[in-house]
Ligand binder design. Structure first.
Ligand SMILES: O=C(CO)[C@@H](O)[C@H](O)[C@H](O)[C@H](O)COP(=O)(O)O
Ligand SMILES: [Zn+2]
Length: 190
Protein backbone atom coordinates (compact mmCIF):
# COMPACT_ATOMS: atom_id res chain seq x y z
CA UNK A 1 0.00 0.00 0.00
CA UNK A 2 2.84 2.40 0.81
CA UNK A 3 3.96 2.19 -2.80
CA UNK A 4 0.47 3.19 -4.04
CA UNK A 5 0.49 6.15 -1.66
CA UNK A 6 3.98 7.13 -2.84
CA UNK A 7 2.87 7.05 -6.50
CA UNK A 8 -0.03 9.41 -5.77
CA UNK A 9 2.11 11.79 -3.74
CA UNK A 10 4.69 11.80 -6.53
CA UNK A 11 1.99 12.64 -9.10
CA UNK A 12 0.85 15.51 -6.88
CA UNK A 13 4.42 16.83 -6.73
CA UNK A 14 4.74 16.57 -10.53
CA UNK A 15 1.54 18.57 -11.05
CA UNK A 16 2.77 21.27 -8.65
CA UNK A 17 6.04 21.47 -10.61
CA UNK A 18 4.13 21.75 -13.88
CA UNK A 19 2.02 24.57 -12.45
CA UNK A 20 5.23 26.36 -11.51
CA UNK A 21 6.63 25.88 -15.03
CA UNK A 22 3.50 26.82 -16.97
CA UNK A 23 1.08 28.96 -15.00
CA UNK A 24 2.96 31.74 -13.20
CA UNK A 25 2.14 34.50 -15.74
CA UNK A 26 -1.55 33.59 -15.73
CA UNK A 27 -1.64 33.41 -11.93
CA UNK A 28 -0.10 36.89 -11.88
CA UNK A 29 -2.77 38.12 -14.29
CA UNK A 30 -5.56 36.64 -12.15
CA UNK A 31 -4.17 38.29 -8.99
CA UNK A 32 -3.90 41.66 -10.76
CA UNK A 33 -7.43 41.35 -12.08
CA UNK A 34 -8.81 40.53 -8.60
CA UNK A 35 -6.86 43.34 -6.93
CA UNK A 36 -8.07 45.87 -9.50
CA UNK A 37 -11.69 44.76 -9.07
CA UNK A 38 -11.60 44.87 -5.24
CA UNK A 39 -9.87 48.29 -5.30
CA UNK A 40 -12.69 49.48 -7.54
CA UNK A 41 -15.41 48.23 -5.13
CA UNK A 42 -16.35 45.24 -7.30
CA UNK A 43 -16.97 41.71 -6.06
CA UNK A 44 -16.01 38.11 -6.78
CA UNK A 45 -18.58 35.49 -7.81
CA UNK A 46 -17.29 31.93 -7.97
CA UNK A 47 -18.78 28.53 -8.77
CA UNK A 48 -18.12 24.89 -9.64
CA UNK A 49 -19.60 21.41 -9.25
CA UNK A 50 -18.74 18.70 -6.70
CA UNK A 51 -15.20 19.15 -5.37
CA UNK A 52 -15.04 22.43 -7.28
CA UNK A 53 -18.16 23.64 -5.44
CA UNK A 54 -16.19 23.07 -2.25
CA UNK A 55 -13.26 25.00 -3.73
CA UNK A 56 -15.60 27.84 -4.71
CA UNK A 57 -16.99 28.26 -1.20
CA UNK A 58 -13.51 27.91 0.28
CA UNK A 59 -12.26 30.71 -2.01
CA UNK A 60 -15.20 33.03 -1.19
CA UNK A 61 -14.81 32.39 2.54
CA UNK A 62 -11.09 33.30 2.44
CA UNK A 63 -12.05 36.65 0.91
CA UNK A 64 -15.00 37.47 3.18
CA UNK A 65 -13.13 36.32 6.27
CA UNK A 66 -9.39 36.57 6.13
CA UNK A 67 -6.55 34.56 4.68
CA UNK A 68 -3.59 35.43 6.91
CA UNK A 69 -3.85 39.17 7.53
CA UNK A 70 -6.34 40.98 9.73
CA UNK A 71 -8.10 43.34 7.32
CA UNK A 72 -11.50 44.47 6.13
CA UNK A 73 -13.87 41.97 4.52
CA UNK A 74 -13.71 41.55 0.76
CA UNK A 75 -16.96 40.93 -1.17
CA UNK A 76 -17.12 37.39 -2.55
CA UNK A 77 -20.01 34.99 -3.05
CA UNK A 78 -19.97 31.29 -3.95
CA UNK A 79 -22.91 30.48 -6.21
CA UNK A 80 -22.82 26.78 -5.31
CA UNK A 81 -23.91 27.05 -1.66
CA UNK A 82 -27.55 28.14 -1.58
CA UNK A 83 -29.59 24.91 -1.67
CA UNK A 84 -32.88 26.75 -2.14
CA UNK A 85 -31.55 28.65 -5.14
CA UNK A 86 -29.84 25.56 -6.58
CA UNK A 87 -32.93 23.35 -6.25
CA UNK A 88 -35.40 26.00 -7.44
CA UNK A 89 -33.30 27.04 -10.41
CA UNK A 90 -32.41 23.43 -11.26
CA UNK A 91 -36.04 22.39 -11.04
CA UNK A 92 -37.53 25.35 -12.87
CA UNK A 93 -34.86 26.23 -15.45
CA UNK A 94 -32.64 23.11 -15.62
CA UNK A 95 -29.30 22.33 -14.00
CA UNK A 96 -27.39 24.05 -16.80
CA UNK A 97 -28.86 27.40 -15.67
CA UNK A 98 -28.25 27.14 -11.90
CA UNK A 99 -25.23 29.45 -11.94
CA UNK A 100 -26.09 31.65 -14.93
CA UNK A 101 -29.35 32.75 -13.36
CA UNK A 102 -27.53 33.69 -10.15
CA UNK A 103 -25.01 35.64 -12.22
CA UNK A 104 -27.96 37.53 -13.77
CA UNK A 105 -29.18 38.29 -10.25
CA UNK A 106 -25.92 39.44 -8.69
CA UNK A 107 -23.39 40.45 -11.34
CA UNK A 108 -22.48 44.04 -12.05
CA UNK A 109 -20.07 45.25 -14.71
CA UNK A 110 -16.49 44.92 -13.50
CA UNK A 111 -17.15 42.07 -11.08
CA UNK A 112 -14.86 39.06 -11.39
CA UNK A 113 -16.68 35.82 -12.15
CA UNK A 114 -14.57 32.75 -11.54
CA UNK A 115 -15.58 29.31 -12.89
CA UNK A 116 -13.92 26.12 -11.65
CA UNK A 117 -14.11 22.90 -13.67
CA UNK A 118 -11.59 20.06 -13.92
CA UNK A 119 -12.88 18.93 -17.34
CA UNK A 120 -13.63 22.42 -18.61
CA UNK A 121 -16.90 21.04 -19.90
CA UNK A 122 -19.54 21.64 -17.21
CA UNK A 123 -22.40 23.41 -19.03
CA UNK A 124 -23.61 25.25 -15.92
CA UNK A 125 -20.17 26.80 -15.37
CA UNK A 126 -19.83 27.63 -19.06
CA UNK A 127 -23.26 29.31 -19.21
CA UNK A 128 -22.47 31.33 -16.07
CA UNK A 129 -19.28 32.66 -17.67
CA UNK A 130 -21.09 33.46 -20.92
CA UNK A 131 -23.74 35.38 -18.99
CA UNK A 132 -21.05 37.13 -16.93
CA UNK A 133 -19.31 38.31 -20.10
CA UNK A 134 -22.62 39.74 -21.38
CA UNK A 135 -22.97 41.65 -18.11
CA UNK A 136 -19.52 43.22 -18.53
CA UNK A 137 -17.79 41.10 -15.88
CA UNK A 138 -14.21 39.89 -16.01
CA UNK A 139 -14.23 36.11 -16.45
CA UNK A 140 -11.60 33.69 -15.19
CA UNK A 141 -11.62 29.88 -15.37
CA UNK A 142 -9.65 27.35 -13.33
CA UNK A 143 -9.59 24.27 -15.55
CA UNK A 144 -7.76 20.98 -16.21
CA UNK A 145 -7.26 18.36 -18.94
CA UNK A 146 -7.44 20.18 -22.32
CA UNK A 147 -9.44 23.10 -20.90
CA UNK A 148 -12.60 21.80 -22.59
CA UNK A 149 -15.12 24.20 -24.09
CA UNK A 150 -14.87 26.66 -21.16
CA UNK A 151 -11.37 27.74 -22.21
CA UNK A 152 -12.95 29.28 -25.34
CA UNK A 153 -15.36 31.30 -23.21
CA UNK A 154 -13.31 32.66 -20.28
CA UNK A 155 -11.21 35.78 -20.73
CA UNK A 156 -8.40 34.17 -18.70
CA UNK A 157 -8.02 30.38 -18.37
CA UNK A 158 -5.63 28.67 -15.96
CA UNK A 159 -5.42 25.05 -17.12
CA UNK A 160 -3.74 22.76 -14.59
CA UNK A 161 -1.51 20.49 -16.70
CA UNK A 162 -2.92 17.09 -15.71
CA UNK A 163 -5.59 14.64 -16.88
CA UNK A 164 -6.24 13.30 -13.39
CA UNK A 165 -9.29 14.92 -11.71
CA UNK A 166 -8.09 14.71 -8.07
CA UNK A 167 -4.64 16.03 -8.98
CA UNK A 168 -6.28 18.86 -10.95
CA UNK A 169 -8.41 19.74 -7.92
CA UNK A 170 -5.29 19.77 -5.74
CA UNK A 171 -3.75 22.16 -8.26
CA UNK A 172 -6.86 24.35 -8.15
CA UNK A 173 -6.93 24.72 -4.38
CA UNK A 174 -3.19 25.45 -4.33
CA UNK A 175 -3.65 28.17 -6.94
CA UNK A 176 -6.61 29.57 -4.98
CA UNK A 177 -4.58 29.75 -1.76
CA UNK A 178 -1.68 31.44 -3.52
CA UNK A 179 -4.04 33.97 -5.14
CA UNK A 180 -5.69 34.69 -1.77
CA UNK A 181 -2.30 35.31 -0.17
CA UNK A 182 -1.07 37.59 -2.95
CA UNK A 183 -4.32 39.55 -3.23
CA UNK A 184 -4.45 40.10 0.52
CA UNK A 185 -0.81 41.23 0.78
CA UNK A 186 -1.13 43.53 -2.23
CA UNK A 187 -4.28 45.17 -0.92
CA UNK A 188 -3.51 45.25 2.81
CA UNK A 189 0.18 44.36 3.38
CA UNK A 190 2.49 46.92 4.96
O1 LIG B 1 -14.48 15.87 -6.44
C1 LIG B 1 -14.79 15.17 -7.38
C2 LIG B 1 -13.78 14.27 -8.00
O2 LIG B 1 -12.53 14.37 -7.33
C3 LIG B 1 -16.18 15.17 -7.97
O3 LIG B 1 -17.13 15.55 -6.99
C4 LIG B 1 -16.24 16.15 -9.16
O4 LIG B 1 -15.99 17.45 -8.69
C5 LIG B 1 -17.63 16.07 -9.84
O5 LIG B 1 -17.72 14.84 -10.51
C6 LIG B 1 -17.89 17.23 -10.82
O6 LIG B 1 -19.21 17.15 -11.30
C7 LIG B 1 -16.92 17.29 -11.98
O7 LIG B 1 -17.18 18.48 -12.73
P1 LIG B 1 -16.04 19.24 -13.55
O8 LIG B 1 -14.86 19.40 -12.64
O9 LIG B 1 -15.72 18.40 -14.74
O10 LIG B 1 -16.66 20.56 -13.93
ZN1 LIG C 1 -12.52 15.49 -5.37
Amino acid sequence: MKEEIRVQLQKHVEVMAAIERELLPKMEEAVELLCAAFRDGKKLLVMGNGGSAADAQHFAAEMVGRFLLERKALPAVALSTDTSALTALGNDYGFDRVFARQVEAHAQAGDVVFGISTSGNSPNVQQALETAARYGCRTVALLGKDGGSIKEVAELSLIVPSCDTPRIQEGHITIIHIMCDLVERRLFGK
